[in-house]
Design a protein around this ligand. Structure first.
Ligand code: PMP
Length: 372
């Protein structure tokens, strides 16, 4: 007999980046996991170093550090009482899932979607109910609302990982009007320039997940938070282990928020590079197309995906193969880096398609992006 529960034994684990499998050399360009590729700002390093000199790390952190709470809330336009910090937004997601769902409950997921949530669902015996839009880049909101009614809750990343599509505020309000719980994951909201945090004031069925891992460049530090109505926060606080909030991350996040103009400059560069990559690909005559995106990554589709991925690997560029996901045959997701890094990617794409004439025909087998 196993020591483990049936749920634990049956789990579908989240698969992390392939970079950990022997791709360690410094010249690798990791465009597969949507972190920032900018270096850690000096002011973060200096703040952490001086805090270390003053004894940081010996005592437990204050999981509700008021200064950080205040700065974070102001940054997304809500009150500090609407925010609860976690060791990364995934931990917030886990505690929300474990607070609202139990054995047999179902959670709707609009495919394709960030898969981490499956692990949290399955550990409590809750069930994922996939919604499979015929066009994953432009899902039909009515179809989603109808399907959501059959579940207790729905999880949506917005902008979506992996497609980069963005639901409008009107769409989100329609989903909220179903009365079901909406877990809205805004990990990439900074790249879209919109967030729906203010909706938590009047919608108790809305839980928004936010992170310092993407635009703020602190993925390895681990800090994220849930934004929701203050009455929900009171319950979530009982579930959360406040000692999981990381003291190093708190300092890093506060110093980033105090110097947020640097982050805005970086976001601007990433957005410019995102649009430049989409244009570069879609203006080419190669057999590859890029989809519009509001996040810090772009989905591409090419009939010769295998060949392209191994060419990029040979040039030490790692992107994320998403071809096994719903509606994403022959697709890969490319995270956007700095201008210099993107120039390297453009050159690698050109190198591949100009030497693989069978893949660079003028009569493309793929639809152009405006058809999609
Ligand atoms: N949500 C989404 C949609 C993501 O893509 C990711 C990172 N892959 C996360 C959450 C993880 O966020 P965190 O690092 O804050 O746990």
């Amino acid at each position: 007999m196993s020591l483990f529960t049936q749920h634990a034994q049956r789990l579908t684990p989240y698969v992390p980046s392939a970079r950990f499998a022997g791709r360690r050399d410094a010249d690798w360009l990791f465009l597969d996991w949507n972190e920032t590729t900018f270096p850690l700002p000096d002011f973060v390093r200096d703040r952490i170093c001086s805090a270390l000199h003053n004894g940081l790390g010996v005592a437990y952190p204050d999981g509700d550090d008021p200064e950080l709470q205040q700065a974070t809330a102001a940054n997304v336009g809500v009150k500090p009482e609407n925010i609860l910090m976690f060791n990364g937004s995934d931990s917030g997601m886990r505690d929300v899932v474990h607070s609202i769902l139990e054995e047999g409950d179902s959670l709707a997921i609009v495919e394709p979607e960030y898969t981490q949530i499956a692990t949290f669902l399955q550990t409590v015996g809750a069930i994922a109910s996939p919604i499979k839009p015929s066009d994953p880049f432009a899902p039909d909101i009515e179809q989603i609302c109808d399907a959501v009614l059959k579940s207790k809750a729905v999880y949506i990343s917005n902008p979506s990982n992996p497609t980069g599509r963005l639901f409008s505020e009107t769409d989100i309000r329609r989903i909220l009007a179903t009365g079901r719980v909406l877990l809205l994951d805004e990990a990439y909201a900074e790249f879209a320039g919109v967030n729906y945090c203010s909706l938590t004031k009047n919608h108790k069925n809305l839980f928004i997940l936010r992170t310092f891992s993407k635009a703020y460049g602190l993925a390895g530090f681990r800090l994220g938070y849930v934004v929701t109505h203050e009455e929900n926060i009171k319950i979530l606080r009982k579930v959360r282990n406040s000692k999981e909030v990381n003291a190093f991350a708190q300092i890093a996040a506060l110093s980033v928020l105090e110097n947020v103009s640097l982050i805005h400059e970086r976001i601007k560069e990433i957005v410019l590079e995102r649009e430049r990559l989409i244009q570069y690909i879609n203006n080419s005559q190669w057999d590859i197309r890029a989809y519009p995106s509001k996040a810090n990554f772009v989905m591409i589709r090419t009939a010769s995906l295998r060949g392209l991925l191994s060419h990029l690997e040979n040039h030490h560029i790692l992107v994320r193969d998403r071809s096994s996901m719903h509606g994403l045959t022959n697709c890969a997701r490319i995270s956007i880096g700095t201008t210099i890094q993107m120039n390297r990617l453009h050159a690698a794409l050109k190198g591949y398609y100009s030497t693989n004439s069978a893949d660079s025909t003028t009569s493309s087998t793929l639809p152009h992006s405006h058809d999609q």
